[in-house]
Write a protein that binds this ligand. Structure first.
Ligand SMILES: Nc1nc2c(ncn2[C@@H]2O[C@H](COP(=O)(O)OP(=O)(O)O)[C@@H](O)[C@H]2O)c(=O)[nH]1
Ligand SMILES: [Mg+2]
Length: 253
């Protein structure tokens, strides 16, 4: 259950208990639904205001902020480990790690020599703009740097929460099935880049990569799609090129 966004809305589960009047049941669920929508709208409005504040901060300091979203285990941290290690001489990187519990991912990032802050959301299933604001106050990233935000592994709630990022990168892996863009359209609709990871496993899993790309583009025709393997490094250069094209150059002195 999510304690912050109300995604575990029991009001959306229709219980058909014998002996209950259909009319009464309908009225009850309808009013409950209305209440949930109002609460959600209020939370999202507050979040959007803070996200704009974060965006202003990033723009003022010329920081490229990226929000990495995926289901658990798609390879968000693996992609960061590779990227931070391979490009650390070229860029100033910072990482905010989001997880419900543990600092395991933060430890992996720390091992690359990158400045990292871990946010534990406890029962929350996503990061929000307020959490990022707090993390930034402690982290104080330099001007002209790159900030990766690894969101909580979940293809649903993080889609609704703008963090003030410039780019949203959705990662899917070939072990998840090609239907994910159709099942979780909001996440693919709001992303700018889709990475299909673990291509080294393609010979062993029934994953139709052309279908996956077609589904992703059906949801969002502007989506850039990159296929890669964090394990073998195949395709990583395309991700690095995409990144280099977006990293802000310092203002001339
Ligand atoms: N075969 C294969 N495994 C990978 C690849 N990328 C990540 N993994 C593995 O997938 C698991 C989950 O990766 P992780 O980065 O923790 O996923 P996250 O939960 O999205 O951060 C780990 O066991 C990784 O070693 C890849 O390209 N190929
Ligand atoms: Mg991770």
């Amino acid at each position: 259950m999510c304690a912050t966004c109300g995604c575990d809305s029991n009001g959306n589960i229709t219980l058909h208990e014998p002996g209950h009047e259909e009319e009464h049941h309908h009225d009850h669920s309808h009013s409950h639904e209305k209440k949930i929508v109002e609460v959600e709208q209020d939370i999202l409005h507050q979040n959007n205001l803070l996200a704009e504040r974060n965006r202003g901060y990033f723009e003022a300091k010329n920081i490229l902020a990226m929000n990495l979203v995926s289901s658990p285990g798609s390879g968000k941290t693996a992609l960061l480990e590779r990227t931070l290690t391979d490009l650390k001489r070229q860029f100033d990187f910072y990482v905010i790690e989001g997880d419900q519990q543990t600092h395991l991912d933060a430890d992996r990032i720390h091992a690359t020599g990158t400045r990292v802050v871990q946010i534990n959301t406890k029962k929350g299933c996503h990061l929000d703009a307020h959490m990022i604001l707090h993390a930034l106050q402690g982290m104080k990233p330099k001007e002209n740097s790159v900030l990766f935000i690894e969101n909580v592994g979940n293809l649903v709630c993080p889609a609704s929460f703008d963090l003030g990022e410039k780019e949203r990168v959705v990662i899917m892996s070939v072990t998840e099935g090609e239907d994910k863009p159709l099942k979780y359209p909001e996440m693919f609709h709001t992303s700018t880049l889709c990475i299909i990871n673990k291509t080294d496993l393609l010979p062993y899993v029934p994953f139709n990569i052309e279908k996956a790309k077609e589904y992703a583009r059906r949801i969002n025709h502007r989506l850039t799609i990159i296929e890669l393997s964090c394990l073998t490094g195949e395709g990583l250069h395309q991700w690095y090129d995409w990144l280099r094209a977006r990293v802000p150059l310092p203002e001339p002195a």
